[in-house]
Design a protein around this ligand. Structure first.
Ligand code: SF4
Length: 461
C-alpha cells in the first residue's frame, strides 16, 4: 500500500469540538428542539463536525441526532430533530470552519502578506490556505497542505468547483516560486481532476519567472485538462515594502502586450472546440497594455469576476444598460445637482478611474460628477485598486473643505466589520467627511448601485 500523505498544516484551532450556534430561526426544527444561540453542537449523528461541509453531509436527511452543549449549565444533552421535505434546520453557526483555518506551508515569492506595511493589522497577515474555504467561499488554494484523506474527502463529498492556484507547471519553477511543497499541489490537483472535480485555476504572473516559455508550458498543461474550466492570469502586484520586486507589468507596456498575444491562440482554440474562452487575463493586463478590455462574451459568464477578471467590461456594459433603461433617473440626478449647485465625487482606486469616468459622463454631461482617484501611498508600489484604498490616503487626499460635495465611498474598501485595511472604521470616516461639509454615502461600485445610492440620499441635501 502506498504511503499515506499526512496533512501538513498549522491551524488556528479552537479549544472545543463542534459548532457554536450563532442564530436559531423561530419555529424551525432547531428552535423546537430548544437549541439557542451560544450553545455548541458537539456531535451530529455521532460525528464531531469539523466544518459546515460535515454538518451538511451528516444532517442531510429528514432527521438527525445531536449532542448539544449548553454553557449556561455546562451540560451536554442529546436531542433529535425532524423536518419536512425541503425544510431548513433553522440554525446558523459562528463560522463555516469549526476546527480552525488551515494556514499555508508555502513561501511564495510574490506573497502579498510579505509586502505589507509593518503596522498592518494582524488579521491581514493570516496566511490561510484551506481547501474548505475554496469550496465554501471561493478562496484560491494551492493544495500543497492537503492530505490523502482530505483529497479523498473532496472527491467523495463532491466539493466542486474548487479554486486552485497553479502559477507554473515545471517542478523547478514551481518550487522556486511557491516553496518546497510545490509538487504536492499538482499531485493533489491531478487526483481531484481524475475524481471529476471541476477547477477554476489561477496564475499569478511574475515577470521573468513564470511568463514566456513557462507560461506557454503551463497553458499547454491546462489545455490538456478539461476539468479546469477557467484559468485566470493576474499580474504580480508589489508594494513599496517589497524587498524582492520593484516593477511588474504595470511598468512595462510591451511585456503586458506579449502576455495578451501569448494567450490569444489558446483562447481561440478553446472557443472553437469548447465554445468558451477559458483562458482569461485580469483587467490590469489590458490597462497596462493600453488595449481595450474584450467584449462580455470573452468572460464566459464571469466565473472569476471576484479575481478581477472582467470587472471593467461588466462596468462598461452596465453603464450602457443604465443609460438606456434608467435615463429618467440619470436626468433627475443631474437636475438636482444643477438646481442645488452640488458636485458629486465617486471615490475609486487609480486603476478604475478611466472606466468609472464613462459613467460620470452619462450621469452628468455637464461635468458635475467626477471620479476621485485615490493614490495608494500606504501600500505604494503598483497598488492602485479600489478595494485596497485605506483611510489615511483617503482623508489626506480629499479636500479639507467639501461643502457642496456628495462623496460616494466604495463599499469594497471596508471589510465585513466595516473596517479599512489600516484599521479605521466606516463611521469615523463618514463623520470626518461630514465635518468637512460633505454629504456621504457608501455604495457597491457599479452603475446601478451608484444610482440607487445617490437617489436614496435625503431630498433636502
Ligand atoms: S499560498 Fe503563497 S501567496 Fe498564499 S498566503 Fe501562502 S505564501 Fe502567501
Amino acid at each position: 500500500m502506498a504511503e499515506q500523505k499526512r496533512a501538513d498544516y498549522a491551524s488556528t484551532r479552537p479549544q472545543a469540538d463542534g459548532a457554536w450556534v450563532a442564530f436559531v430561526e423561530e419555529g424551525s426544527p432547531a428552535w423546537e428542539a430548544g437549541i439557542e444561540p451560544g450553545m455548541r453542537i458537539e456531535r451530529v449523528n455521532g460525528v464531531v463536525p469539523r466544518d459546515l461541509i460535515d454538518w451538511r453531509w451528516e444532517a442531510d436527511g429528514a432527521s438527525c441526532e445531536l449532542e448539544v452543549y449548553d454553557p449556561a449549565d455546562g451540560t451536554t444533552t442529546p436531542c433529535e430533530l425532524w423536518r419536512e421535505p425541503g425544510q431548513d434546520w433553522g440554525v446558523d453557526f459562528t463560522d463555516v470552519l469549526f476546527d480552525g483555518i488551515r494556514t499555508c506551508v508555502n513561501a511564495c515569492q510574490f506573497c502579498f502578506m510579505a509586502m505589507l506595511p509593518p503596522e498592518a493589522r494582524a488579521t491581514l497577515t493570516l496566511r490561510d490556505d484551506d481547501y474548505r474555504l475554496s469550496f465554501l467561499q471561493g478562496n484560491f488554494v494551492t493544495l500543497t497542505n492537503v492530505s490523502d484523506d482530505e483529497a479523498e474527502r473532496i472527491v467523495t463529498c463532491g466539493l466542486s468547483p474548487m479554486n486552485v492556484s497553479i502559477h507554473a507547471i515545471t517542478p523547478e519553477v514551481r518550487r522556486s516560486l511557491i516553496g518546497r511543497r510545490a509538487d504536492r499541489g499538482i499531485e493533489v490537483l491531478e487526483q481531484l481532476l481524475a475524481g471529476g472535480i471541476e477547477v477554476h485555476a489561477q496564475i499569478v504572473l511574475c515577470p521573468g519567472i513564470n511568463d514566456g516559455d513557462e507560461l506557454a508550458a503551463t497553458l499547454d498543461w491546462v489545455e490538456a485538462r478539461p476539468g479546469i474550466t477557467s484559468l485566470a492570469i493576474v499580474p504580480l502586484g508589489y508594494t513599496k515594502h517589497s524587498r524582492r520586486f520593484k516593477s511588474s507589468y504595470s511598468d512595462d507596456v510591451e511585456a503586458s502586450r506579449a502576455v495578451v498575444r501569448l494567450l490569444e491562440p489558446y483562447q481561440e482554440r478553446a472557443r472553437r472546440t469548447l465554445g468558451i474562452t477559458r483562458f482569461q487575463l485580469s483587467d490590469e493586463f489590458y490597462v497596462d497594455a493600453g488595449l481595450p478590455v474584450p467584449p462580455a462574451e470573452t468572460y464566459d459568464g464571469y466565473p472569476q469576476f471576484y479575481d478581477g477578471i472582467g470587472m471593467l467590461r461588466s462596468f462598461l456594459d452596465e453603464t450602457a444598460l443604465v443609460a438606456q433603461d434608467r435615463a429618467d433617473d440619470l436626468c433627475r440626478v443631474d437636475g438636482v445637482l444643477a438646481e442645488k449647485d452640488l458636485r458629486l465625487e465617486l471615490v475609486c482606486g487609480e486603476a478604475a478611474a478611466e472606466t468609472i469616468d464613462v459613467f460620470c459622463r452619462e450621469l452628468s454631461p455637464a461635468g458635475r460628477v467626477r471620479t476621485r482617484a485615490i493614490r495608494n501611498d500606504y501600500f505604494g508600489g503598483d497598488v492602485n485598486v479600489t478595494g485596497l484604498i485605506v483611510s489615511e490616503d483617503l482623508l489626506a487626499q480629499l479636500p479639507a473643505d467639501l461643502t457642496g460635495t456628495i462623496v460616494v465611498l466604495p463599499e469594497v474598501m471596508f471589510n465585513f466589520d466595516r473596517l479599512t485595511l489600516d484599521g479605521d472604521t466606516q463611521d469615523h470616516i463618514v463623520d470626518e467627511l461630514r465635518s468637512r461639509g460633505a454629504l456621504v454615502t457608501v455604495s457597491v461600485p457599479n452603475p446601478g448601485d451608484y444610482l440607487d445610492a445617490i437617489l436614496s440620499l435625503p431630498k433636502n441635501a
